[in-house]
Design a protein around this ligand. Structure first.
Ligand code: IPE
Ligand code: IPE
Ligand code: MG
Length: 241
């Protein structure tokens, strides 16, 4: 889809994935506790979701908490979980108002029971919304997601419901948490780090990468448009000549 933004015609990526990084450094720069960075980062996430919808992005996936983030202090992890707890509750009304379908990816079984319940409720009530799909990665790891997909497929093979020889790439995609969602066209990572940190390992095989020094709480619509402009300059060949 193309869209004219500030007089400029841009091809809008269908699916944008974001590694929202730099909350801690944003807080540190201001001599604030890390938790304040996460709080600001949460506000940025809400705003960027609306901007994405407004720009015509059809799928937005954000990395909120990785399978490795449990290594942080109990205080920090508890703070992030409390922010998510509140966000998932507030999200119901906002999503319905903006016609947004929400899905959580990652191993949610390790989350507190009330958070799991909020996720089930949010996914259920927004399932028919169709202006944008918002995927939030919580306790998500790309390798863990592949591990869980392999378990599902091998269990089916052992039960005789599928033939191991029939397993193709599509069946693997369909066994991931992102089943039914097209692979991301554009990946954005903020805060200057240039690594994937276990995000969407399978799905990013042909995605364009955009890295910016901007810390996540400072990321805004202009930054998002800059990333889309960068995406427009890429020549996506998918292995062709
Ligand atoms: C990203 O910000 C948010 C999460 C990983 C939950 P960080 O907390 O990683 O911020 P930095 O990288 O320490 O600045
Ligand atoms: C990746 O950021 C995870 C999220 C943004 C949720 P990290 O800050 O955890 O990644 P590393 O440790 O710098 O690789
Ligand atoms: Mg970080």
């Amino acid at each position: 889809m193309t869209k004219v933004i500030n007089g400029e015609e841009l091809n809008i990526p269908t699916h944008v994935a974001i590694i929202m990084d730099g909350n801690g450094r944003w807080a540190k720069k201001r001599h604030l506790p890390r938790g304040m960075g996460h709080r600001e980062g949460g506000k940025t996430m809400e705003q960027i979701l609306e901007d994405a919808k407004d720009l015509g992005i059809r799928y937005l996936t954000v990395y909120a908490f990785s399978t490795e983030n449990w290594k942080r202090s109990v205080e920090e992890v508890t703070g992030i979980m409390n922010l998510l707890r509140k966000y998932l509750k507030d999200c119901v009304e906002r999503s319905l108002k903006n016609n947004m379908r929400v899905r959580v990816i990652g191993d949610t079984s390790a989350l507190a029971e009330d958070i799991q319940e909020s996720i089930r409720h949010l996914e259920e009530v927004t399932k028919d919304c169709d202006s944008i799909d918002f995927l939030i990665a919580i306790n998500y790891g790309g390798r863990d997601e592949i591990r869980r997909a392999v378990k599902k497929l091998t269990a089916q093979a052992a039960a005789g419901t599928i033939d191991p020889d029939s397993i193709d790439e599509q069946m693997i995609s369909d066994s991931l948490d992102t089943a039914g969602i097209p692979d991301p066209d554009l990946l954005i990572r903020t805060s200057g780090e240039e690594r994937l940190s276990n995000f969407l390992t399978w799905q990013l095989a042909y995605t364009e990468f955009y890295f910016t020094d901007c810390l996540w709480p400072d990321f805004d619509r202009d930054e998002l448009v800059t990333a889309i402009r960068y995406y427009n300059k890429r020549d996506r060949r998918f292995g062709g000549a």
